[in-house]
Each structure stands twice: as structure tokens, then as C-alpha cells.
Design a protein. Structure first.
Lengths: 166, 660
């Protein structure tokens, strides 16, 4: 086999590999990208109920309730807020160690027909001083957290009004 | 005083690294004769540099051991009540300390090249040391300027704020050193690649020097990743072992490319082909290792591992990354066309199979790369917050992984240069028949989900093919057993290592596929209530308080019942670390070697019921057994005579070594 022919073979294989990779990536992107929305974003736009997405904010103080649902599993409900809008979230399963009121939290799941959010997973971070960047961003956009400052104390932000400026 | 000594040693190491890079590169440029004096300065500076970094690291460890709370780094990451083991491992359980560890390992690698590389051509060794010196300079500057571990605080606090409790764990204590050993090992392959580009020469001998380094780095990386995922499995308490988290991917990408490099270096060594590609792979592998460091240390990607977020550091590492990748790729574009390929081979041959291996591994790496970095680009360019989660990675990697596994079984059976595929497949007919029978029985008796079945089938296929390879090589059954035994002992270690590592991949994949059929149960139990999982009945007997040296917590007691008999108990814990104000989950795992019973307790409600999560994970331990065996295969292969240091100089090997 001549060198030229071999090179052709290798190029062909590389092209095939690259093509497969691109095709795989694009098809997977189509249906597995998960977008992040803050409660304010959700109020501003409509999202098809079958599309999974992430929502994040702070867990509202005094909003956590636990109950046993129809299938006998423990269900936790809580309200996630960015200070301007809030969203009721339900979750079945073991919550992360750092999940608590006032904590920044990101939940992944789908919207229910009644407008509440059924989370399939809840992520709270490993470090209690750590704020998920999306949540920090959502709080900033709602005018409740200026960059470089610590997050507002949880006891306050139920009553916080969005500042007039910003 | 000790911390200042450490700081001073670090600065001295920087100066030595700069001297090492300058003298060796200049000396090599002058030539073996005229630059002899400069070249001779390389090894002592490398060894001296490593000694000073070692001293610095020792000083930092000392500060941790005696809990010197005048050092800011110790205050932030240690506590006087912490067990001694975690005080010591806390040295690298934080950003600054881990950078010193990184540099220490790099220094030790340079010293090893300096000390053991006496049979390398003088200019090549000088250039390798020069490139390693440059890398050291970059990282030392980074550490000294942006993350000085010896910074003092005033007033001296009474006690520290404790190490992140999740890191206070034996699995994680040794995860970073192995991972770094792997990352840094790729730096040596990178240095060899750059040196070869400057020299303008790559031959079989070069392949033989690069391979042990890559192999060692690959073994360490394999163990590091395995330790990390094992830790995630038993410590994070969600029952999985791999989350496709950006930081996990950051370690997986160099691993995939290092695996490719390992195999393409064989082609360079045996057949003097694929030289340019191998050099490019070496550069890319190290670039991805740097990228991994960047992703972990800058916190640009949203990840459960986000420990250190400091934009200055991110920018610094980004510049370092741009210089290294940009510089080496420019060098590559400039010099690579000078490399003339020599070995000619047919597409259907051992070389061809290795090309396919490289192609699939590189493609795998590329999709993981896209998935990992796309959210970053989407945020920067489109302004959209996007997560690319496990569904994406599962959908893109499995279709590439399965052909890789199928081909990986056949590749080692093909001869070099030109092969007959049918002859190789004919040797595998028994393996194929067994896999086919297994698939039919599995569908009929166990489960019909396609993906786990495919996983088990390719795993079996790979193990059987490795066994076939071994049996053929020792002519098992064809000659008397004693002869086979003698043949086995005569086999090159490289071949045995390869067979072990390939079979280990199969074992590991079987474990991963097992997770695909693992049942899971989350339920709310009151003391005395029972639930079932797989063939087991689990009785919850309530929780009781427990205390440790620096934590308090509750421990649940779950009695495991099978066929009406109590066969054991699970004692999962939830711990609270008051100093760090964090709680952690300790999963209880009861393993039989072929399956894990995995229990976690969650919070309790007012009426005394506790959330209990149970998993039954068939074959789960095999994931890590497989990974350890893979690394073991690598070590066996490393002990091959051919690669052993001090083999009588075959360095002028102009003729390719005969194929096995």
C-alpha cells in the first residue's frame, strides 16, 4: 500500500470520526441541554411543561413542609425566591446535606400543570458560604444582591422590596 | 520561622528553575560540545530545585502538623482537634498547598529525568530539562504571586476554621496526590515532545523513552480518578460514582488522551510511524491537564467541586495555559513538517487498529470537551445559563465507547504491518460464541434493557479476548502445561501488562453496566418498619447519637434480612462538623465482592420517621477493582526489561526493534 493511499485511508477515518462526533453532539444537544431560569424569568416567559430545566434562588424562610404523598414516599415542598418572584418546588427523596432555609439552591425538574415545579434533583453546594453563580446572578438581577457583598440575611429577604433604581 | 524558611525555599526553587531552563536550552542550542558546560548545569539545578521545593513542602506540612495558626493557610484549613492524618493531608487539601504539591511532583519528575536519564542523548535530555524548567517557572510564579501558602495572619487566631469535612476522608486524602502525579507525568511526555520538536528528530528510541513516562502518568491518573469516584460513591451518599461534573471531566479528558498516547507511542517505538500525531497527542494531553487545573482552581465552571474562586488566579492560569498551549502548538506547526514518517502499514494491521483506538479515544475526548466547556461559551457569548448534564454525555459517549471496546478486543490479535482480519476473528470465535450465548440467556432470564446488556456483552467480550490472546501466546492446550508455563514466564512483561489492563477494562465496564440495572428505593421508615430491596428485607431500628473526634451525628441501624435470617446490619451516619458548620452523609455499604448493598439515612420528621435510601448495586465493586487492575497492568508493563532504566545502551537504535 502506497503512502498516499494510506494517508487517504487515515483522512477518511478521521473525517468519519469527526462527523460521528459532530452528529452525536448535535443530536444530544438538541434534547439534553438544560437551561437555567430564575423565578422572575419564569414569570416573564412560558415554558413547555415537558421540557426539563433548572431553577434557582434562595429557599424562603418558613416555607419548608414535609408530607407523605399518594405513593407513600416523603415529599418536601419549599418556595424558591429571587426576591422579586417565587416558585413552589416539590421534591421526593433525600435532600442534600446543606439544604436549609436561606440557602442558595438549584433544582432541576419540570413544571407541573398547576404552575408548581416538580424537582427531580436538588443541588445545594458543599460549602455553606458558597452561592451557586446562577443564584447569585438571579438575585443580582432582581436587585437584591450587589456584587462583592455577602448575600442578604435570610431573615430579611421575604420583606425586601426591589430597589427603585437598577 | 519555619514558614518563612518554606517561603524562602520556594523563591530559591523559582530561581533554580529559571536557571535550569536558561542554561539547558541555551546549552543544547550551542551543541553537545560547545554547550557542554551549560548542559552540565541542568541536572544539578533540577535536583537542587526539587530539594528546595521538597523543603518548602516539608515546612508547610510542619506548620500543619503543629497547627501553627499564625499561618493563614493553616487557619483556613485546619483545626487543633482534627486527627493527625487529616492535619497532614490537609497540606494539599486546599488551593495553595495543592499547588506546592503540584510543583513538588514536577520537581521530582525533573530530578528523575536528570538522575536516571543518563542514557539519553545529551542535548535531548538538556532540552527536556529546559522545557520542564519553564513549566516549573510558570507554576512557581503563579504560586508565589497569587497563592502564597506561607502568608501570616495577625492577630493570631485561637483556632482554625477546619478543613472541609468532605475532604476528611482517607479516599480523598490520597486522591489529589495521585491525580497530580498523573497530570505532572504528562508534563514529562510534553517536555519530551517539545524537545523532540526542537531537535527535529523522533525515532524509535524516543518512543521508548516517552512510553514509560506516559505509562507511569497514566497509572497514577487511573488510580487518582478511581479514588475520586470511589470517594464520591461512599461519601456523597447519592449512590452513583460518576456525575459528569466538569471537574470530573477535567480529569477524564487527559486520561482519554493519555490512553491514546500510550498506544500511539507503541507505534512510534515499534514501527516509527505516527510520529507527528504522537507529538501532537503529548502536547494536547498536557494542555488538557493544565486545563483541568484551570477549571478546578479558577471556579469558572459551576461544579460541586467549586472550592476556590478567585478571578486573579483564573486569569493567571489562563495566561499560563495560553502561553503553554500557544507556544507548543506554534513550535509544532513550525517544526512538525520536518518529521518524515517511515513505517508503512496497511489499514488492516496492528498499527491500523491502534490508529482506530486513537481516533475513537480522541473523538471521545472531543465530545467530553465540548460538553464540558459549552456552558462556559454559552454564558460568555450567548448570555444563556445552560447545564450540560449526564444525558448529553451518556448519549454521546456510549455510541463511541462500544465500538472502541469491540475493536480493542481484536486489535492485540492483529500482527504488525499487514493483517488478516478473518484470521484474527477466527481466533476469537470461541469468545464470540460465549458472548452470544450470554446475551441470549441474559435477555431471556434477567433484563431486556439494551444498554446494560450491551455493557455486559462488551465487557465479557473484552475479557475473553484478552484471555484468548494470553492462551494463544502460551499455546495453552496445544503444548503440555509445563511448556505453557515456561512460555508464560518468558512472555515480555509489556505483553502481560497489556493483557491485564485490557481485561481490567472489561471488569470495570461490567461494574459500570451493573449500575444500569441497580434498583433503588427511597422511603420513609419508622423504627421497626421494614422495606425490601432486591432479595433483601431491611428493618429499620431507629437512630442513635454518635460522636467523633471533631464531629457529632446520628447513626441509623438497618438490619439486613435474607430468606428470613438476619445476616448483618448497615449503620449509615449523618455527621455534623460544628467548626466548619457543615454536615456530611456517611453511606453504609455491605459488599459481597459481586454486589453492594448501600444504605443512607436522611433527615427525620417530627413523628420519628426517617428517610432511608437503599441501593442494590450489582458488580459495583468491580468498577474500582477494574481500575486498580488497569493500573497494575500498567505497572507490570513498566517493569518490562525493555523500558527498565540502565539497560545497556541501545540508544543509538537506528533500526526499528523487531516486532514481538
Amino acid at each position: 500500500m502506497s503512502r498516499k493511499k494510506r494517508r487517504l485511508w487515515i483522512l477518511l477515518l478521521c473525517g468519519l470520526g469527526l462527523g460521528t462526533a459532530t452528529a452525536l453532539t448535535l443530536t444530544a444537544f438538541e434534547d439534553s441541554l438544560v437551561f437555567f431560569f430564575s423565578p422572575s424569568d419564569l414569570a416573564a416567559r412560558s415554558i413547555p411543561p415537558d421540557r426539563p430545566f433548572r431553577v434557582g434562588g434562595l429557599v424562603e424562610v418558613g416555607s419548608i413542609t414535609r408530607s407523605t404523598n399518594a405513593e407513600g414516599r416523603m415529599e418536601t415542598a419549599f418556595v424558591v425566591t429571587d426576591g422579586a418572584r417565587s416558585l413552589r418546588v416539590t421534591y421526593t427523596g433525600i435532600l442534600p446535606d446543606l439544604f436549609r432555609e436561606g440557602q442558595g439552591v438549584v433544582a432541576e425538574g419540570r413544571l407541573r400543570p398547576d404552575g408548581s415545579f416538580a424537582a427531580s434533583s436538588v443541588l445545594a453546594r458543599h460549602d455553606e458560604t458558597y452561592m451557586p453563580p446562577e443564584v447569585a446572578d438571579a438575585l443580582r438581577r432582581a436587585g437584591h444582591w450587589q456584587a462583592g457583598q455577602p448575600p442578604p440575611p435570610p431573615a430579611l429577604w421575604n420583606t425586601l422590596a426591589a430597589p427603585a433604581t437598577n | 520561622m519555619i514558614p518563612e524558611l518554606g517561603h524562602f525555599a520556594l523563591v530559591l526553587a523559582l530561581l533554580l528553575a529559571a536557571a535550569q531552563a536558561a542554561t539547558t536550552l541555551a546549552g543544547a542550542q550551542l551543541g553537545e560540545r560547545r554547550g557542554a558546560l551549560l548542559i552540565a548545569a541542568g541536572p544539578p539545578t533540577a535536583i537542587g530545585g526539587a530539594a528546595f521545593v521538597g523543603l518548602s513542602f516539608g515546612c508547610l506540612m510542619w506548620s500543619y502538623a503543629v497547627s501553627d495558626f499564625s499561618v493563614a493557610n493553616v487557619v483556613r484549613n485546619s483545626h487543633s482537634l482534627k486527627p493527625m492524618l487529616y492535619k497532614l493531608t490537609g497540606t494539599w487539601g486546599n488551593h495553595e498547598g495543592s499547588m506546592v504539591l503540584w510543583i513538588l511532583i514536577l520537581g521530582l519528575c525533573s530530578a528523575a529525568v536528570a538522575g536516571f536519564g543518563t542514557n539519553l542523548p545529551a542535548t535531548l535530555r538538556a532540552r527536556v530539562l529546559g522545557v520542564l524548567g519553564l513549566v516549573s517557572v510558570g507554576f512557581l510564579l503563579f504560586t508565589i504571586l497569587t497563592s502564597n501558602p506561607f502568608e501570616r495572619v495577625w492577630p493570631i487566631p485561637e483556632d482554625g476554621t477546619d478543613l472541609n469535612p468532605l475532604l476528611q476522608d482517607p479516599g480523598l486524602a490520597f486522591h489529589p496526590p495521585f491525580l497530580y502525579l498523573g497530570y505532572v507525568g504528562t508534563a514529562v511526555a510534553f517536555a519530551f515532545a517539545c524537545a523532540a520538536l526542537i531537535e527535529g528528530r523522533v525515532d524509535a528510541a524516543w518512543g521508548r523513552w516517552v512510553r514509560p513516562w506516559t505509562l507511569a502518568a497514566w497509572c497514577a491518573l487511573t488510580l487518582g480518578i478511581a479514588l475520586g469516584s470511589w470517594w464520591a460513591y461512599y461519601e456523597l451518599g447519592w449512590g452513583g460514582f460518576w456525575f459528569w461534573d466538569p471537574v470530573e471531566n477535567a480529569s477524564l479528558m487527559p486520561w482519554l488522551l493519555a490512553t491514546a498516547l500510550l498506544h500511539s507511542a507503541i507505534v512510534v517505538e515499534k514501527r516509527e510511524a505516527l510520529k507527528v500525531w504522537t507529538i501532537l497527542l503529548a502536547i494536547l494531553t498536557f494542555s488538557l491537564s493544565l486545563l483541568g487545573t484551570f477549571l478546578v482552581r479558577s471556579g469558572v465552571l459551576n461544579s460541586v467541586h467549586a472550592f476556590a474562586n478567585d478571578p486573579d488566579r483564573g486569569v493567571f492560569i489562563l495566561i499560563l495555559l495560553a502561553l503553554t498551549v500557544g507556544g507548543s502548538l506554534t513550535l509544532f506547526a513550525w517544526r512538525a513538517p520536518a518529521m518524515v514518517p517511515q513505517g508503512v502499514f496497511a489499514p488492516l494491521s496492528r498499527e491500523g487498529a491502534l490508529v482506530l483506538n486513537n481516533l475513537l479515544l480522541a473523538t471521545l475526548c472531543a465530545v467530553v470537551f465540548v460538553g464540558t466547556l459549552y456552558p462556559l461559551f454559552a454564558d460568555l457569548i450567548l448570555g444563556a445559563k445552560i447545564t450540560v448534564g449526564p444525558p448529553f454525555f451518556n448519549a454521546t459517549t456510549f455510541p463511541l465507547f462500544i465500538p472502541l471496546m469491540v475493536a480493542m478486543a481484536v486489535g492485540p490479535l492483529l500482527p504488525w504491518k499487514r493483517a488478516d482480519l478473518w484470521a484474527a476473528l477466527a481466533r476469537l470465535r470461541l469468545a464470540f460464541a460465549v458472548v452470544a450465548v450470554f446475551a441470549v440467556v441474559y435477555i431471556a432470564a434477567v433484563d431486556r434493557a439494551l444498554l446494560p446488556l450491551a455493557g455486559f456483552a462488551v465487557a465479557l467480550w473484552v475479557v475473553l479476548a484478552a484471555a484468548t490472546d494470553l492462551a494463544d501466546r502460551i499455546k495453552l492446550g496445544a503444548v503440555p502445561l509445563g511448556d505453557s508455563w515456561r512460555r508464560l514466564r518468558g512472555l515480555p512483561r509489556g505483553a502481560i501488562g497489556g493483557i491485564i489492563a485490557h481485561a481490567a477494562v472489561g471488569i470495570c465496564v461490567a461494574g459500570i453496566a451493573g449500575k444500569g440495572i441497580a434498583p433503588e428505593r427511597i422511603t420513609l421508615l419508622k423504627p421497626g418498619e421494614t422495606t425490601t430491596i432486591a432479595a433483601y428485607t431491611i428493618r429499620f431500628e431507629g437512630t442513635s447519637p454518635v460522636t467523633g473526634p471533631n464531629w457529632t451525628g446520628t447513626e441509623g441501624r438497618l438490619v439486613v434480612i435474607r430468606d428470613g435470617r438476619e445476616i448483618g446490619a448497615l449503620a449509615p451516619q449523618r455527621r455534623f462538623y460544628p467548626v466548619a458548620r457543615m454536615s456530611t452523609t456517611e453511606a453504609a455499604i455491605r459488599t459481597s465482592g459481586v454486589a453492594d448493598l448501600y444504605g443512607v439515612i436522611g433527615e427525620s420528621t417530627e413523628d420519628g420517621a426517617t428517610v432511608v435510601r437503599l441501593h442494590f448495586n450489582p458488580l459495583a465493586p468491580w468498577i474500582w477493582v477494574g481500575a486498580v487492575l488497569m493500573a497494575l497492568g500498567g505497572v507490570v508493563s513498566l517493569s518490562d526489561r525493555r523500558l527498565r532504566v540502565g539497560v545497556p545502551a541501545r540508544r543509538r537504535a537506528a533500526v526499528p526493534v523487531a516486532a514481538e
